[in-house]
Design a protein around this ligand. Structure first.
Ligand code: PHE
Length: 470
């Protein structure tokens, strides 16, 4: 039975350790790099409000579903899905959900590692005072020098991937718990400091209103579903590490005593506050120095160093900031690799070290596409209903965050709410059949699936085709 099952990969030492590890997974480049640049590209305040709505109404309930499934199955997401589906009298093909997660994990990790490589490069660039009193133009050219050089990108990508492999090979528990306990608060503190600096800039209020007040004039020029709702939904999944098995596999190491609901809420709150703080720190700088908010993936790498170049002790703070960001990316990358590694260990009868080496090599190789997409292969095209020009990196990012993760989340929601018996979920969530359980059930049964399906269909323009919307 479920409560006697235990994971062959070990267990967290406490509920707190799980919260730290899951927060380590959630807080990463998604909050500090991806969130601000997406908000800048997709309409500022409107995007942010829709994003917050999705985090609380869709994200938290799905996170609870993922953790409960993981803890009940206590195996890699692929095997967990198969086992639970069999237990509930359903077909084996539910393991495909685990497979989709593993694929999404490879693709995300492949580009994640390249961007994390930029943060490592910036530890040195800020630390050596390269940005002292630079203006926006110079900062942008330092950034484009970096990304136009595939050799440099490859070196940092390789370094970061090796760091990730190292930790995962040793087992996610040892080391990770300790690192996160200290690094998360430090990153938080540094972000507060950046917010403090942002408050001293001329355009602080402009930055705030850009971030929180929807601009309806700009909105009218956008396709609401393809350019605001879908990216906001994708960002909610990406930022909370949902829909690909990362949280599920971490849940499989959680003890049976811990409360899933309150744990999920803490993780989501921590994750969201980091993203919002990053936005508050970045946009005033962006406006004060005349940077284009819709500038894309380079946004934080161009804007923040200008601020470091101006503030007292900016060299130290800048260096420390990118160091902590690299650490935050590290604790996320680890969770991207973990689902594939656990499956290899369970099904291919190889040890963790070898499994991590194999999985890491696959992700590394795929990362070369991203490395080249910023220089030799820097062509762009339009796709996925959006009018924006996108390159290869954007394509992998959109395919995973906007399509695979929400689809994974949708299936998790359907599985936990419609297919698992009420008894199993009540048993696993451990909070009885009260109001909170019913709210959760309603969210995963109706709100999350309908929300995701509506946004998908609208974004691909089906309703337009049918003449049901304009
Ligand atoms: N949540 C991580 C971040 O915001 C990225 C991630 C996505 C990690 C999916 C695991 C799974 O940086």
């Amino acid at each position: 039975m479920a409560d006697t099952r235990s994971s062959i990969h070990g267990q967290w030492s406490s509920r707190w350790a799980f919260i730290l590890a899951a927060t380590g997974s959630a807080v990463g480049l998604g909050n500090i790099w991806r969130f601000p640049y997406l908000a800048g590209e997709n309409g500022g305040g409107a995007f942010v409000l829709v994003y917050l709505f999705f985090v609380f109404v869709v994200g938290i309930p799905i996170m609870m579903a993922e953790i409960l499934i993981g803890r009940r199955g206590r195996q890699s997401p692929i095997n967990t899905m198969r086992t639970l589906a069999e237990e509930e009298g359903l077909g084996r093909y539910w393991s495909l959900l685990g497979w989709m997660g593993v694929f999404a994990g490879f693709i995300i990790l492949s580009y994640y590692s390249v961007i994390a490589g930029w943060t490592i490069a910036y530890i040195f660039r800020t630390g050596t005072g390269m940005f002292d009193n630079v203006n926006a133009e110079l900062s942008a050219s330092i950034f484009s020098n970096l990304i136009s050089d595939p050799e440099k990108l490859l070196v940092w990508h390789t370094t970061f991937m090796m760091m990730t492999i190292l930790v995962v090979a040793r087992g996610v528990k040892s080391g990770l718990e300790k690192a996160v306990r200290f690094l998360m608060p430090a990153l938080f503190f540094l972000l507060l400091l950046m917010v403090g600096y942002a408050m001293s800039t001329e355009k602080f209020m402009d930055g705030l209103s850009y971030l929180f007040i929807p601009d309806f004039v700009a909105l009218a020029k956008k396709d609401l579903f393809a350019d605001v709702f879908l990216p906001a939904l994708g960002q909610a999944f990406f930022s909370l590490s949902l829909g690909m098995g990362a949280i599920m596999v971490y849940g499989s190491y959680l003890s049976n005593k811990s409360s899933i609901a309150s744990t999920s809420i803490s993780i989501a709150l921590a994750d969201t506050s980091v993203a919002i703080l990053a936005g508050i720190a970045i946009f005033p700088i962006v406006f004060t120095y005349g940077i284009e908010p819709s500038g894309g993936p380079g946004l934080i790498f161009i804007s923040l160093p200008i601020a470091f170049g101006q503030m007292p002790y900016g060299t130290v703070f800048g260096c420390l900031f990118f160091l902590l960001l690299a650490f935050a990316a590290w604790t996320s990358a680890i969770s991207l690799l973990e689902p594939a590694v656990t499956w290899l260990v369970e099904n291919r009868n190889i040890n963790r070290i070898k499994a991590t080496g194999i999985a890491g090599m696959i992700a590394w190789t795929l990362g070369v596409v991203t490395v080249l997409s910023f220089n030799h292969w820097a062509f762009s095209f339009t796709f996925a209903g959006s009018l924006k020009e996108n390159g290869l990196f954007d394509m992998m990012d959109i395919l995973t965050s906007n399509i695979m993760l929400p689809l994974g989340g949708l299936l998790v929601a359907i599985f936990a709410s419609w297919l698992m018996s009420r008894k199993s979920t009540i048993d696993e969530l451990g909070m009885g059949d009260g109001i909170i359980y019913r709210l959760w059930l309603f969210a995963v049964r109706y709100i999350a699936p309908l929300g995701v399906i509506m946004i998908f269909l609208n974004a691909i323009g089906l309703f337009k085709l049918l003449g049901l919307s304009n």
